[in-house]
Design a protein around this ligand. Structure first.
Ligand SMILES: CCCCC/C=C/C(=O)SCCNC(=O)CCNC(=O)[C@H](O)C(C)(C)COP(=O)(O)OP(=O)(O)OC[C@H]1O[C@@H](n2cnc3c(N)ncnc32)[C@H](O)[C@@H]1OP(=O)(O)O
Length: 394
């Protein structure tokens, strides 16, 4: 059974432990810049004190002493309490820790406290226990939860059909990294609202100064390559719950999932030629192998949109469910899968993926390189401008 410990560090030894906790929100990663120029605000400090209460793992006595000392220094300044007697071990340890901070300014102590809590929270969030039923991370456009042994990454921009912004690519990578190490057994990607995902957010191409176009194409290709690499290397079973239409990269990536469940309302559209672009997500290799070269060509060269049933027939989708029972049926199935022995599942996945990994990385590198060229082509620029000026829609 997982040990879940809540901790109120600055009241350490006063018996004020709290837990188990209901909700964990991972803070966004913070830059750890130390020094007086970066003093944390009172608000940051108050937030950090709350975060300490949410830690699931006991950080150990040494860290608790450090937190205690920094808290006292930040709130009261240099140690002003009388030295406890030699036999009062606990009070003596606390006094020593506080006293050791000497004349450290209050602002610096506050900043160090915030930094320390932030680093503890980050490691704590990557160790979610499957039984704990906790919300793991939340931002506006991506919601990550962990429950019943399943980490769910939900695209959450329904008003924009869950189009992927540059930040979302980064957040998904981070979420996959965390999911690969947390204690969940399977990982799910799905969408909020009526779409699964409308692919790359075409406004990612907006407002690029002419002399930066080439540079941006290159950096986007690096981002794309890193992003797809995370899917190639993801070690646990990865399931797509395709709740509605899917476009572009959200379709091509499906070839890297272990299982794809789709609503019968879902469609699968890869309009790369229409956009003056080229296939990514290893689809130029996986789709022809999966569905045969000519069916792959219809999708990847001519942009043929498949229905869910057609995608099932081509092997891109594992199973299709009626939309009105989709969520119920799929989640019941996934919860049962998440009870299977995790190591056995990982090993089976590794054996299946292992022989192809090198090839997939090479394909991804080449597709990303070619896309960087396409993004600066007239064909692509014309198509993006047409979309952005609302003259074209798929
Ligand atoms: C760095 C990594 C690069 C990876 C390379 C990836 C490539 C791809 O993914 S290529 C595919 C790109 N996607 C598209 O071309 C889709 C463009 N969108 C559309 O054609 C349509 O919006 C639609 C068919 C997806 C939906 O049409 P409809 O039901 O009529 O809904 P709206 O068009 O009114 O959409 C609502 C709202 O959402 C905005 N939006 C939808 N998709 C995108 C998108 N991909 N990028 C940016 N914005 C998108 C749409 O503009 C509407 O916005 P508002 O007008 O402000 O309401």
């Amino acid at each position: 059974m997982a040990r879940v410990v809540g901790l109120l560090a600055h009241r350490w030894f006063s018996g004020a432990f709290r837990g188990p906790l209901q909700v964990i929100r991972c803070p966004a990663p913070q830059l750890h810049v130390s020094g007086p120029a970066m003093a944390a605000s009172q608000e940051d400090f108050a937030k950090a004190m709350n975060q300490v209460k949410l830690l699931k793992e006991d950080p150990g006595n040494e860290v608790k002493l450090k937190l205690y000392a920094l808290y006292k220094q930040a709130t009261e300044g240099p140690c002003n309490a009388p030295k406890p007697g030699m036999l009062d071990f606990i009070l003596k340890a606390k006094w020593d820790a506080w006293n050791a901070l000497g004349n450290l300014p209050k602002e610096t102590a506050r900043q160090n406290y915030v930094d320390l809590v932030s680093s503890l929270s980050a490691s704590s969030c990557s160790q979610v226990t499957p039984a704990a039923d906790k919300k793991q991370a939340e931002s506006d456009s991506l919601v990550v939860t962990s429950e019943d042994g399943i980490t769910t990454i939900r695209l959450n921009r329904p008003a924009k059909k869950n189009a992927l912004t540059t930040q979302m690519y980064r957040d998904i990578m981070r979420a996959l990294e965390a999911a690969s190490e947390d204690s969940s057994r399977i990982t799910v990607l799905t969408g909020s609202g009526d779409y699964y995902c409308s692919g790359n957010d075409l406004t990612n191409f907006k407002d690029i100064p002419p002399d930066k176009v080439e540079e941006r194409a290159q950096s986007s290709a690096v981002l794309l390559r890193d992003f797809v690499d995370r899917f190639i290397d993801f070690p646990k079973p990865l399931i797509a719950v395709v709740n509605g239409p899917a476009v572009g990269i959200s379709v091509t990536l499906l070839g890297l999932f272990d299982v794809v469940y789709a609503s019968d309302r879902a469609t699968f559209h890869t309009p790369f030629s229409h956009l003056g672009q080229s296939p990514e997500g290893c689809s130029s290799y996986i789709f022809p192998k999966m569905m045969g070269p000519s069916k792959a060509a219809e999708m990847l060269i001519f942009g043929k949109k498949l229905t869910a049933r057609e995608a099932l027939a081509q092997g891109l989708v594992t199973a299709v469910f009626p939309d009105d029972t989709f969520q119920k049926e799929v989640w019941a199935r996934l919860k049962a899968y998440a009870k299977l022995p995790p190591n056995a599942m990982r090993i089976a996945k590794r054996l299946m993926r292992h022989q192809e990994k090198e090839k997939l990385h090479a394909v991804n590198a080449e597709e990303s390189r070619v896309l960087a060229e396409r993004w600066v082509s007239d064909e692509c620029i014309t198509a993006i401008v047409a979309f952005l000026s609302k003259k074209a829609k798929l």
